[in-house]
Design a protein around this ligand. Structure first.
Ligand code: ADP
Length: 395
């Protein structure tokens, strides 16, 4: 059982190691001369470690084996240079204690100093526990000891946080792997389902069956979109999103997109205004994903029949600005700051609308990867305006 330890950093730790060794030996009930011999051996080895090793530590133990208690000092160390050997300073220590063992593996080593505890000292497990408690509750007796104790506590906290962090990283990695595999596996049956549904709609079927098939296809498309978003999130987390960048004139690109946007929001009135013909460098499909997400949200979170304004303009600082304004439920200042986070949904939205809170997180990453910015403006009630910029590469 470990009683106490001292890290070996400088000369002052020699005194500490000596004092603690004497105290343990005294509490066990060893004779004065045995106490001194043990503590001197510990400090001799410690001196060699402080002089030559990169770092070291003394641990004092009381162990019980084969019907006997033993007092043991384990002095662990690590060396910085392979050519250093801990040897010369150990000779004296070897003579002072009956048991001396040295093990080295590479640049790490451990020295064991052992001393049998005679029956006459009447040591029991209860006594050993009381010695452990004594050292656990011992107040530092010098400012140096106090500082050392605080440093040690900090070291322990740091070590625990590192272990916790490593564990979290491992769990995160596992989650990402699961997301990637699950979304890939879900995609294939969904693609097949949609292909057969679309084929069936072209066959000779009754109007009722046709309307049922269209509903199946709409739901399968929604599911496909969510699975694609899950896959995108796993790509973002593992930093494997790939972009196929190309230069396009923003007006040409937006005119090509107009029909798609209209189809996405059949129950709203779209006002699309393009006031820029700047050249932008984008991944067309990823930019389409952002636009569809933001425009889709504008329709989802506003009443049918209301207007959605989409304005594209050139602004100072050589940027193209995209603005999508709706007349929907709006966003509080608190939610405005959070909605671009992963899986975040405003409370108002969760009450009335379906969603997973992935779209804006993905969109914000795509915009950032295009060297742009995305944000939202809303007074909290009268709708929201989503804005994003993309650099203008005209010149
Ligand atoms: P989802 O719409 O699936 O929840 P998003 O990531 O696209 O996921 O949006 C995150 C949240 O931002 C939504 O849940 C909603 O609270 C809010 N939001 C997005 N667009 C709008 C909008 N046009 N009006 C009001 N709230 C919005």
């Amino acid at each position: 059982m470990q009683i106490v330890h001292v890290s070996l950093e400088n000369e002052m730790d020699l005194t500490l190691a000596y004092k603690k060794s004497i105290k343990v030996a005294e509490m066990i009930g060893l004779s004065r001369s045995t106490q001194t011999a043990f503590a001197t051996a510990v400090s001799e080895v410690s001196r060699e470690v402080i002089d030559k090793a990169f770092e070291g530590k003394v641990e004092l133990h009381i162990d019980y084996s084969a019907g006997k208690y033993q007092l043991q000092a384990n002095i662990g160390y690590s060396l910085n240079g392979e050519d250093i050997v801990l040897e010369d300073g150990l000779q004296y220590a070897k003579k002072l204690v009956p048991g001396f063992k040295q093990n080295t593996t590479g640049a790490k080593g451990n020295i064991e100093l052992q001393m049998g505890i005679p029956q006459s000292s009447k040591l029991t497990n209860a006594k050993v526990s009381s010695i452990v408690n004594y050292f656990a509750n011992l107040e530092p007796s010098t400012p140096y000891e106090e500082l050392k104790e605080k440093n040690y506590q900090l070291y322990l906290i740091n070590e625990q946080s590192e272990i916790a962090l490593q564990h979290l990283e491992y769990l995160n990695q596992q989650k990402n792997e699961f997301l990637t595999v699950a979304s890939h596996e879900l995609r294939t049956p969904l693609t097949i389902l949609r292909a057969y549904t679309q084929m069936a709609t072209k066959s000779d079927c009754s109007p009722l069956t046709l309307s049922h098939l269209k509903k199946v296809d709409t739901q399968a498309r929604k599911l496909q979109m969510m699975v694609t978003q899950l896959l995108d999130i796993s790509k973002i987390e593992s930093k494997t999103v790939e972009y196929n960048m190309e230069a396009v004139a923003v007006d040409v690109y937006m005119n090509d997109m107009a029909d798609l946007i209209k189809q996405l929001i059949p129950n709203h009135e779209l006002s699309l205004k393009i006031d820029s013909s700047a050249m932008i460098i984008i991944d067309k499909l990823r930019m389409e994903q952002v636009i569809m997400n933001v425009v889709g949200n504008a329709a989802k979170y506003s009443p049918s029949g209301t207007q959605i304004q989409f304005l594209v303009s050139h602004i100072e600082g050589n940027e193209v600005l995209f603005q999508i304004k709706d007349q929907g439920i709006g966003l509080s200042a608190e939610d405005q700051a959070k909605i671009f986070g992963k899986f975040y949904r405003a409370e108002e939205a969760t009450k009335q609308y379906n969603g997973l809170g992935m779209g804006l997180y993905i969109s914000s990453k795509i915009i950032a990867d295009h060297q742009g910015k995305i944000w939202v403006e809303s007074n909290g009630t009268d709708g929201s305006t989503f804005l994003f910029t993309i650099p203008d590469f005209t010149n």
